[in-house]
Design a protein around this ligand. Structure first.
Ligand code: FE2
Length: 190
């Protein structure tokens, strides 16, 4: 493991630890409830697809960094996280800063049309798969951070998961289809 990955992981862990103490954000454990799983899927996909595993690991660690850092608006977290990623990686003279920045900036579905590298797709796919690993934390976000009603929270989580599934790249989406259908059937009976 490279030194820059170690330093960035330590930075993100520290921000997550601080954020976990904040009642305003429902004591959300960003590391264990999300980032750890994104890193796992992103590195696995990078190795399967022949992407740059170090770029992908850094981007997975940093893709949401503005949120546990409580910097900038949540809805624009890809912009603030990309800004932080550039600033942090510049301190270590990291050679592939622009590719990490693109992975972070283009991870939301609305920027899917801007992705043009394997590394960017590893991050967007890993982000979506990580949500399926931590469905309870999506409900927690709906109820204790966004303060939604039971019905609104249920629809919110359902829509998020549909968006995540349809945002997966192929052939991952086709391979994941049986798990997706079983989960949605178990969770949302109409
Ligand atoms: Fe994420």
């Amino acid at each position: 493991m490279s030194e820059v990955v170690d330093k960035i992981r330590a930075f993100v862990l520290e921000k997550c630890e601080q954020h976990k103490q904040n009642p305003e954000f429902g004591f959300y454990d960003y590391w264990n409830d999300h980032i750890k799983r994104v890193v796992y899927h992103a590195v696995t996909l990078a190795n399967q697809r022949g992407a740059d595993a170090e770029v992908v690991e850094l981007a997975a660690l940093l893709h949401d960094v503005s949120m546990p850092s409580e910097y900038g608006e949540r809805g624009e977290h890809h912009i603030y996280s990309a800004e932080m990623a550039v600033m942090l990686l510049s301190e270590y003279n990291y050679p592939n800063i622009d590719l990490v920045r693109k992975c972070v900036f283009n991870h939301p579905g609305r920027n899917a049309h801007l992705r043009n590298t394997l590394e960017e797709t590893c991050i967007s796919d890993a982000d979506a798969l990580a949500h399926f690993d931590r469905i309870p934390s999506l409900f927690k976000l709906a109820f204790s951070i966004l303060n939604m009603s039971v019905e609104d929270g249920r629809e919110y989580v359902k829509e998020r998961l549909y968006g995540d599934y349809y945002g997966l790249s192929e052939p991952l989406r086709t391979n994941f289809k049986p798990d997706f259908e079983a989960l949605m059937q178990a969770l949302f009976v109409d």
